[in-house]
Write a protein that binds this ligand. Structure first.
Ligand code: ADP
Ligand code: MG
Length: 359
């Protein structure tokens, strides 16, 4: 059996909450943050979900921004939260890593950078990885809790560092970097056969901008390359823990299996499972069905709820025991609360359930 949640909240430096949409990743991420703060750690929860769910769960009416915001929660630790903004993060990286002000300005003003770079597939995932790297090194925080987006490809950021490394090592990238080394002009470079072909597809202006972008970028790739290696090492080290959130219904269990397999595919393991939104246990059935109609109705109601709860346990077994992809992983069940988790009080209830048996 893997360690209980409390061990992760006490010792991990990175906790990634994953699972399919709507199961409660954001809620669980925020509740883990609350517990970490109670245990004296300085926790930061970062959400990659553009929906305002984290702000909502934490009861932050003004919303969150790209900069960590300290929340008013019971200590002795601290709880901070932020919502990742890809463009702002990318700008910050350019400023922090450029050799000088001119190089930064050349990149930031570039048309390809402004209009294309941010929306290229993979940029968002890569920025999430870069941000994780920066937050992990930030002296203000002991633990970074990552709330992943509600999509099936939420874990693509695990591959982003490898992808960027491959990209930087690619001959085409090397070719694009060449002009600064050989003193070629942008237009001369764009006339190279391979780039001419690309230019026919994407349009000459885009290509010229792109070439200028990579030219301006030259020299910064070493830093990007080494951070990519560092973040890969971080994700695979034992200071990082993956918490799989699921709900106990057949379709969401299937999705949870998908996420567990996705982690396996990247040579990573589920450290703990949270089965959220389970049918609460309201008590055992009395031995005999009462005669009085109103009591009999309550009895039937309870019988039905107990059947649902038993069915949920059976369905979750597909994930958690025997041949299940998360067999042997410590599991915590959280019942459905009467209302949504949109206030600090409700979040505190979830936290208390998650850590009810914790020393
Ligand atoms: N145990 C629970 N009981 C009742 N409502 C819950 C519970 N957990 C989550 N919710 C609600 O379900 C919705 C989805 O939760 P959320 O944490 O945003 O899921 P995800 O991040 O996985 O998409 C939210 O409205 C949240 O308030
Ligand atoms: Mg969410």
């Amino acid at each position: 059996m893997t360690a209980a949640l409390v061990e992760h909240v006490t010792n991990a430096e990175v906790i990634v909450c994953c699972g399919s949409g709507g199961v409660g990743k954001t809620t669980v991420a925020a509740a883990l943050g609350l517990e970490a703060a109670r245990r004296g750690r300085r926790a930061v929860v970062v959400t990659i979900d553009p929906a305002k769910r984290l702000a909502d769960a934490l009861g932050v009416p003004g919303g969150l921004s790209n900069e960590p915001l300290r929340l008013d929660v019971p200590g002795p630790g601290e709880l901070w939260a932020l919502m990742l903004d890809t463009a702002t993060t990318f700008d910050g990286l350019v400023r922090a890593n450029a050799a000088d002000e001119q190089q930064a300005e050349r990149i930031l003003a570039n048309g390809f950078y402004r209009n294309v770079a941010g929306s290229l597939s993979g940029t968002q995932e890569y920025m999430a990885a870069e941000r994780l790297h920066a937050l992990h090194r930030d002296q203000r925080f002991d633990v970074v809790i990552v709330d992943t987006p509600p999509t099936r490809n939420a874990l693509d950021f695990l591959d982003a560092p490898r992808t960027i490394a491959r990209f930087i090592d690619h001959p085409l990238f090397k070719l694009l970097m060449m002009p600064t080394r050989r003193g070629l002009k942008v237009l001369n470079l764009a006339a190279q056969p391979v780039l001419k072909t690309i230019g026919r597809v994407v349009g000459g202006d885009v290509l010229t901008d792109a070439v200028a972008f990579f030219q301006a970028f030259a020299g910064m790739e070493t830093g990007f390359r080494s951070r990519a290696d560092e973040v890969l090492a971080l994700l695979h080290s034992d200071v990082t823990r993956f918490v799989l959130v699921a709900s106990p219904r057949a379709d969401t269990i299937d999705e949870a299996c998908f996420f567990a397999e996705r982690l396996q595919h990247s040579q990573l393991a589920v450290a703990a499972v949270v089965v959220n939104r389970a049918t609460p246990h309201f008590g055992d059935l009395p031995a005999r069905r009462p005669r009085r109609p109103e009591q009999a109705a309550l009895y039937d109601n309870l019988a039905e709820l107990n059947i649902t709860a038993a069915l949920e346990r059976t369905q979750a077994d597909a994930l958690l025991t025997g041949n299940g992809v998360a067999a042997g992983v410590h599991t915590t069940w959280v019942p459905t609360l009467p209302g949504d988790v949109h206030t600090m009080n409700a979040l505190e209830t979830i936290r208390a359930v998650l850590f009810a048996n914790a020393p």
